[in-house]
Structure formats: structure tokens, C-alpha cells
Design a protein around this ligand. Structure first.
Ligand code: NAI
Length: 283
């Protein structure tokens, strides 16, 4: 299957990046969110990123203009009617994702693949609310999407080989390296990563070291490009908590218990970089 037209739902940090690389690959891509203001702000942000790439000589002015011309703002899910694939990147919440997939199943043509960028939620359960579970799949990009090479591809119980192969091929077309992962809570990436982040938050909670020193240990001692607390701020603390909750419930194992300090920060609205404050403060 060749993808000519796509929709990305959710113009947040992940959806914006996914739409950007799809348009850059020559795919006409709707970027959808609950209102056009959010979408247009994200497209302006993408324009700034592309201008920086032009200044650095990574792309030409023509490539930038072509990419922007293929990004179509949308506030109506009905725009997905003629798309070959829809990639959902909205909030990490099963009820909201399920209701979106139900609507998409009704709107999209039968051949359309419905993919979710979920960080942790079961693809099998999302697929089960649709009449096309064979065409539902996890396509988990990493943040920031234009930079990071990996895509975790998660097959639900009913996902067909044809759907898997189409999404694997699309990932390669988008210049990413796909990895196939079974449908378990947190997949591989977050099962490993979020445990480290949660443990770093416990270190802070227990007064073992300061924010800066916890991050310095992992950067200077383990050669990580970014400390776990800074990374948590970049991911979004609401998303980190949602993933921990999914794993805590999904594995029914106390080793996945989210740190109380994480819950408190989320309740305070200190969601990290996107909110201007998390473990660090941002302009
Ligand atoms: P975000 O908070 O930056 O953006 C979410 C966007 O979805 C917002 O613009 C919001 O207005 C929109 N939205 C919410 N409900 C909607 C609906 N019903 N219809 C249309 N738009 C809706 O979140 P982010 O970080 O982009 O995460 C999105 C998804 O990607 C989540 O499932 C998350 O777990 C996953 N993810 C996040 C990563 C990260 O590092 N933040 C990495 C990989 C996956």
C-alpha cells in the first residue's frame, strides 16, 4: 500500500513532529486538533523549525515550502474520509482514544489504516472498539520526532500482516528504523525508560540528591545526552504519569508504582516544558 494522503490527530509536540516528517516525505497530511488555533500555532512552530534547517543548509527553501504546502490544517475528523492512514497522537487516555477511533472507523474508507502513537495503552483494546481491528496498529514515534530514528510498531492481537507491512514500509519511507514489539503495557521503550525516570523522581522525593545532581549523575556518569528529570519535563509529566499508571495497572506489580511527587507535580499543573514549569522552569 502506498500512502498518498494522511491525517495526524493531535497537534501537540508529537503530532506536530509526525505531520512534519510525513509532509517532508511528500505525503499530503492533515494536521487535526480540537480547534484551528492550536493547529495553526503548531504549523507556525514547524515553519520556524524548517527555517532553522534551511539556515543550517540541511534543506533548501524549496523543500521547506513544499513541506509546508503539504500540511493541511483541520478541525474536522471528517477530513479523514479520503486518507490512506490516520495516526492518532492525542492525550494518553483510553476513553478519549477509544471514542476517537470509533468515530474514525465510521468516517474512514475501509482500506484506511488507523494507527496510534500511544506510549503505553493496549493496541488490542483500542482496535476492539472498531469494526476493522485487522487495520489498527501502534506506530510509536520518539520525541522529538524529526530527530529520533526509532519507531516501535505494535501489533494488536488482530492486526493483519498486510497492515504491519504497510506501516513498516511507511516508517522506512519516513527515514525511520522500525522495530516490532508485542502489545504489552509500555511496550519496550517505556517499560525501560519510565522505570528509570520514576526512580529518579523517587531519588528527588527521598532527598537523595538535587534535581541538577540527579541529572548530572546520568549525563556525566552514564553518558546519557539528557538527565532523566529533564527528559521527563520534555516528555510532559502528565504523559509520564499516565504511562506509569498504565504499567502499574497492567502488570499489577508494585514496582511500577508512580512516585507520589510525580502525582503532586501533575496535580499542581507543573507538567514540564510545555507548561513552563516541571522539575526545571522554562521561558
Ligand atoms: P500534547 O499534550 O503535546 O498534545 C496533545 C494534543 O492532542 C493537544 O494539542 C490536544 O489539544 C490534542 N487533543 C486532545 N484531545 C483531542 C481530540 N479529541 N481530538 C483532537 N485533538 C485532541 O501531547 P504529546 O506529548 O504530543 O502526546 C500525544 C500522544 O503521544 C500521547 O498518547 C503520548 O503518550 C504519546 N507520546 C508522547 C511522547 C512524548 O515524549 N511526549 C513520546 C511518544 C509518544
Amino acid at each position: 500500500m502506498s500512502v498518498k494522503k494522511a491525517m495526524v490527530i493531535g497537534a501537540g509536540q508529537m503530532g506536530g513532529g509526525i505531520a512534519q516528517i510525513m509532509a517532508a516525505a511528500g505525503i499530503e497530511t492533515y494536521l487535526n486538533d480540537i480547534n484551528l488555533e492550536i493547529v495553526n500555532n503548531r504549523i507556525q512552530f514547524i515553519e520556524k523549525l524548517l527555517s532553522k534547517d534551511v539556515a543550517k543548509g540541511k534543506i533548501t527553501e524549496e523543500q521547506k515550502d513544499k513541506t509546508l504546502s503539504l500540511l493541511l490544517p483541520s478541525e474536522n475528523l471528517e477530513d479523514a474520509a479520503d486518507c490512506d492512514i490516520v495516526v492518532e497522537a492525542i492525550v494518553e487516555n483510553m476513553d478519549i482514544k477509544s471514542s476517537t477511533f470509533q468515530k474514525l472507523d465510521f468516517i474512514c474508507k475501509p482500506s484506511c489504516i488507523l494507527a496510534s502513537n500511544t506510549s503505553s495503552l493496549p493496541i488490542t483494546e483500542i482496535a476492539a472498539v472498531t469494526g476493522r481491528p485487522d487495520r489498527v496498529i501502534g506506530m510509536h514515534f520518539m520525541n522529538p520526532v524529526p530527530v529520533m530514528k526509532l519507531v516501535e510498531i505494535i501489533r494488536g492481537l488482530a492486526t493483519s500482516d498486510e497492515t504491519y507491512e504497510a506501516v513498516r514500509d511507511l516508517s522506512v519511507e519516513l527515514n525511520k528504523t522500525p522495530v516490532e514489539v508485542r502489545d504489552v503495557p509500555g511496550f519496550v521503550s517505556n517499560r525501560v525508560l519510565q522505570m528509570m525516570i520514576n526512580e529518579a523522581i523517587y531519588c528527588l522525593y527521598e532527598g537523595v540528591a538535587s534535581v541538577e545532581d540527579i541529572d548530572a549523575v546520568m549525563k556525566l556518569g552514564m553518558n546519557h545526552p539528557m538527565g532523566p528529570l529533564q527528559l521527563a519535563d520534555f516528555i510532559g509529566l502528565d504523559t509520564v504519569l499516565a504511562i506509569m499508571e498504565v504499567m502499574y495497572e497492567g502488570y499489577a506489580d508494585c514496582k511500577y508504582r508512580p512516585c507520589p511527587l510525580l502525582r503532586q507535580y501533575v496535580k499542581a499543573g507543573w507538567l514540564g516544558k510545555k507548561a513552563g514549569r516541571g522539575f526545571y522552569t522554562y521561558e
